[in-house]
Design a protein around this ligand. Structure first.
Ligand code: ZN
Length: 487
């Protein structure tokens, strides 16, 4: 078998695929953490990453390199466990990912393994020595039979899909001419091209360029998180965000937005800045708008740090975001944005909101309510009918976020860190904010290529993979389409 799936085969977490290059050499694409119901063992009940259930359960002697598509925890979170298993080979990723990765790994270590600063520093030092950052669109030979190229995925800063060109035994990499894929017919000895989608972003995402169109693939290993549905109209999503927050604030109380520290938090800040900016422009002060004085609180040291990195790496922003800078606006650092860093300030704020019901917008991790400071807000404020919880991202099966979505609003309960919390808050889910391509965009990605022979669906719930496979098979009867969940 050319590709073996060690994670995200029948769910959306734990992404890890092995590309077998020769009899003795393989490379891994991503090494993600299992989360929610996809984690085995007692910790899964709480949706937490456990210490025993993330262990590497496949042989790694033949793994000659690790390739990382982007630094979300469900794509890199098992890296500490890979190092514990003895892996010391190179780690390839884009420059931005190399920059962000140590922060993610530090967090993964603290949550799942140790808080010992000495140990954490030792792991980060090992990691630093293994990193090989590569520019987008440049081919990099990483084994005599394998070269790779990172392409823009438009999902989060530094995200990529990766092309892996594997030489046939009888051919060689050099028999294929550079980056020129315009050769109409592939010859027998030409290398095979395996493409791993990582997570594909949506078109027109805030801050980020669109995904680069696919050129071709002998085998495309494609994520299918939203393979069974299309997002709500994205063009109107900012208006819907504005409206739903206005509704939430009408009865006072906090608006809690659980969000990934990387990507989602920055997208939300970008759009909230625009809403506040428009409000100024339209002299909404006259209309007594809530946007005159509402405060946006980012309560997450990690999100704050990533936001700072996003601000620094503006060379990767899209044209619209750069245009705002030219207008003297600061999409990720505006006046009404407040960052909570210390735990003491966090606790004071939770208590203050609990007693006063003061309206404000809180953005905090984790995005699926499995841990982090968001859990403290939920424990304190879910029983308060003035509170509103606004979900803007995918909630995996078995996570508290999914339970709140399902059993709220009002009347249901959720178990958070062993405590039963009754939900009186209003619960909203806002579509169109996904950082994942929807069904139509995934189909367009396949169609953007001149030729794709085989599509292997991964990174989706099993029923979604199968539903999407049937749709693709009808659309593309000449292609082989299969699901990792059925292997
Ligand atoms: Zn991701």
């Amino acid at each position: 078998m050319d590709v073996i799936h060690h994670g995200a085969a029948n769910g959306v977490t734990g992404s890890c695929h092995e590309l077998v290059v020769t009899e003795n050499d393989s490379v891994l694409i991503d090494i993600g953490l299992f989360q929610g119901a996809e984690t085995s063992g007692a910790d899964a009940v709480n949706g937490n990453a456990g210490t025993n259930n993330q262990e590497i359960d496949f042989p790694i002697d033949n793994i000659k390199a690790l390739i990382i598509t982007h630094c979300h925890i469900d794509h890199v979170g098992r890296l500490p466990w890979l190092l514990i298993a003895g892996y010391r080979g190179p780690i390839y990723c884009t420059r931005a990912t190399a920059h962000l990765l140590p922060m993610v790994i530090e967090d993964a270590l603290k949550v799942g393994l140790t808080r010992n600063a000495q140990l954490i520093n030792a792991v980060l030092k090992i990691l630093g020595g293994l990193m090989h950052p590569v520019d987008y669109d440049d081919w990099e030979e990483i084994l005599p039979e394998l070269r790779i190229r990172f392409r823009q995925a438009g999902h989060i800063l530094g995200s990529s899909y990766v092309e892996c060109e594997v030489a046939k035994k009888t051919g060689s990499l050099s028999s294929f001419s550079g980056t020129d894929f315009s050769v109409p017919e592939k010859r027998d000895n030409d290398p095979d091209l395996f493409v791993f989608s990582g997570d594909l972003g949506c078109k027109n995402s805030p801050l980020l360029p669109d995904p680069t169109p696919l050129e071709r693939a002998d085998m495309l290993v494609l994520e299918s998180t939203y393979g069974n549905r299309n997002h709500e109209n994205r063009a109107e999503r900012q208006l819907r965000l504005k409206k739903v927050i206005e509704h939430c604030v009408s009865d006072r109380g906090a608006v809690l937005i659980p969000a990934f520290s990387i990507g989602r938090t920055q997208e939300l800040l970008y759009e909230l800045e625009d809403i506040i900016h428009q409000c100024k422009k339209e002299e909404c002060a006259k209309k007594n708008s809530i946007w005159q004085d509402i405060v946006v609180i980012v309560d997450s040291p990690m999100a704050a740090e990533f936001t700072q990195q996003y601000r620094k790496m503006r060379d990767l922003w899209d044209a619209e975001a750069l245009g705002r800078l030219e207008d003297n606006r600061h999409p990720l650092n505006f006046a009404r944005m407040h960052i909570v860093n210390s735990h003491a300030e966090h606790e004071r704020l939770v208590n203050y909101l609990k007693s006063t019901g003061e309206p404000c917008i809180i953005i905090a991790a984790s995005g699926m309510c499995t841990g982090g400071r968001m859990v403290n807000y939920l424990e304190a404020l879910l029983p308060d009918p003035r509170t509103d919880v606004l979900f803007v991202g995918f909630q995996a099966e078995g996570t508290p976020g999914r339970d709140i979505q399902r059993y709220g609003p009002r009347g249901g309960y959720v178990d958070l860190e062993g405590k039963r919390i009754w939900i009186k808050a209003e619960i909203h889910t806002l579509g169109g904010y996904s950082a994942h391509a929807d069904q139509q965009e995934l189909i367009e990605f396949i169609e953007s290529a001149e030729k794709v022979k085989h599509v292997r669906l991964v990174h989706g719930d099993a029923n979604v993979q199968r539903e999407f496979r049937d749709i693709l098979q009808k659309l593309f009867p000449d292609k082989t389409i299969d699901c990792a969940c059925d292997l």
